[in-house]
Design a protein around this ligand. Structure first.
Ligand code: NAP
Length: 485
């Protein structure tokens, strides 16, 4: 009997993402018949109570047409629940006994997913190890955040390594489960078209934007201790940067892909005390309006003044041969005008224009890989405007559009966690974050924070509904670059 043991099984992530993902996999016949999903959290409940909780969540978070009574009962039939407080080590023996009663075989096929606060990772891993539920044959998946700096990340990684080998450790960055992120690899390495231009000779600059319209959404304490740099840049944005900048891996496997990403992280030029002022901008939203609705300031939402950044923009360099002189501009923030995540690649201008006359100004080509709100890939190219051209050829920039929902209308749009959960069950760590990767990310992020502290930098105010403070515009305009709004 195979078991997926889920810690934090009553939490938001489990109800909103993980269970709907597992239901989706089950409804496509992708879970083996013998898989049991054992949920655990402190709340006192029996199996029936847990099944009722998850059925309610599935009905809330899945499209109604995907709920089928036979699929629902098959899925709920897989669920078990064992109440456990992970800070009470003695309770892990009861968990182990419950798993054995279910026919689980810890020496083959136990998969564990930690969807709890990271402060609980240490006691959970210790409890698992003492109850014989860790080791060579068990896989462990961990949700972010994997620490709040290099030291705390190392402490988590050391605790994990004491009980689980690295090859069985599956650190989640759910961006890697997104179709468009994997599509970046398909686009770069499955086509001859782009790679010859992919570097300093063909690309002028890259912009990566992760823009949110929402404010704190109830995550008050967590966000205020974390800030935009650690919440978004350390993990998701550095993954997008690494996948954009990496060399072609020799194979599409866990070692080759992650080796190349780590090389990019090691090539990032540090932003430190000397360059923090010129290469980074931090902001915090004040009152304003988003989508026509007035919203309060960050400090109002929080209930007190704070020096946490809700916006960050960075000018980043990848110091290797391929990317010499090509800036990567990163920006992310809350209460921005639009919810948008994209990688924007601006190619170099043609070396000489043969077109003269009014209406012949050439725009450089752009490749836009959109992750949110829609997954779409757009290449912007110059086209001739229809007409008789009495005053010279008129050209206009027009998109070559690959809207993923349209191009692949017959495939269901999946939650990123579906892919990741299936890879965890199948044992493929390619789309998970390796220890040296996460520690490389933190090393670079810690230097930025130290640079801010050394320069006594505090967030500049921006009105909710604006694209961050005006200094963020200056960051690119100095280089003659405009943010893609
Ligand atoms: P949550 O809603 O607060 O859920 C926390 C879960 O942990 C609950 O099931 C809670 O159940 C359980 N728990 C708390 N203390 C426990 C203890 N001492 N022993 C055993 N279980 C305990 O959190 P969440 O939003 O699901 O997030 C879970 C993790 O994923 C967090 O680290 C979060 O940062 C990360 N994450 C979440 C999201 C998201 O969209 N929600 C996205 C990315 C990452 P009881 O109270 O019943 O014990």
């Amino acid at each position: 009997m195979k078991s997926l043991l889920l810690f934090g099984a009553t939490g938001d992530l489990a109800r909103r993402m993980l269970m709907p993902s597992l239901y989706g996999l089950d409804s496509e016949g992708l879970l083996t018949d013998d898989l049991r999903i054992v949920g655990t959290a402190r709340s006192a409940m029996d199996d029936a109570g847990y099944k009722a909780l998850i059925e309610k969540a599935l009905r809330e978070f899945l499209e109604p047409e995907r709920i089928k009574s036979d699929l629902m009962s098959r899925f709920l039939g897989r669920l078990r629940y064992v109440p456990l407080d992970v800070s009470a080590p003695e309770q892990f023996n009861a968990l182990s006994a419950a798993l054995l009663r279910e026919g689980a075989n810890p020496s083959d096929g136990l998969r564990i997913f930690l969807s709890t606060a990271p402060s609980l990772f240490g006691p959970t891993i210790a409890g698992l190890a003492s109850a014989g539920l860790a080791g060579e044959h068990t896989r462990l998946a961990l949700e972010k955040p994997l620490g709040h700096d290099l030291a705390s990340s190392r402490a988590i990684n050391d605790a994990v390594a004491s009980a689980f080998p690295e090859r069985n450790t599956f650190r989640i960055d759910h961006y890697l489960g997104k179709e468009t992120v994997q599509n970046l690899l398909a686009l770069r390495f499955g086509n001859a078209l782009f790679e010859p231009l992919w570097g300093a000779h063909g690309i002028d600059h890259v912009q990566i934007t992760v823009a949110e319209t929402v404010g704190l959404e109830g995550r008050l304490g967590f966000y205020d201790e974390t800030g935009a740099l650690r919440d978004m840049v350390q993990n998701h944005m550095l993954q997008l940067l690494a996948l954009t900048a990496m060399e072609p891996p020799a194979r599409f496997d866990a070692t080759s892909v992650r080796d190349e990403k780590v090389k990019v992280l090691r090539s990032l030029r540090p932003i430190d005390a000397a360059t923090a002022q010129t290469h980074s901008v931090i902001g915090q939203y004040g009152a304003g309006a988003v989508a026509g609705k007035p919203v309060g300031s960050y400090a109002d939402e929080l209930g007190h003044a704070s020096s946490t950044e809700t916006f960050v923009a960075l000018k980043v360099h990848v110091d290797n041969w391929r990317w010499q002189g090509v800036p990567f501009y990163l920006r992310t923030g809350k209460r921005l005008p639009a919810r948008r995540t994209e990688i924007f690649i601006q190619f170099k201008a043609v070396p000489h224009s043969i077109f003269t006359g009014p209406g012949a100004a050439l725009q450089p080509n752009k490749l836009i890989i959109g992750l949110q709100p829609e997954e779409a890939i757009t290449l912007r190219v110059m086209m001739k405007e229809p007409g008789l051209d009495r005053q010279g050829m008129r050209l206009r920039e027009a998109p070559l559009d690959i809207s993923i929902p349209n191009a692949f209308a017959d495939s269901r749009r999946r939650i990123a966690y579906e892919r990741l959960l299936l890879d965890l069950l199948d044992g493929d760590p390619t789309l998970f974050v390796r220890r040296d990767e996460v520690e490389g990310q933190w090393t670079w992020i810690d230097a930025i924070r130290a640079g801010w502290a050394a320069n006594a930098m505090v967030p500049r105010p921006y009105a909710a509904g604006a694209w961050g403070p005006s200094a963020a515009i200056g960051l690119t305009e100095r280089d003659g670059v405009t943010w893609h709004d």
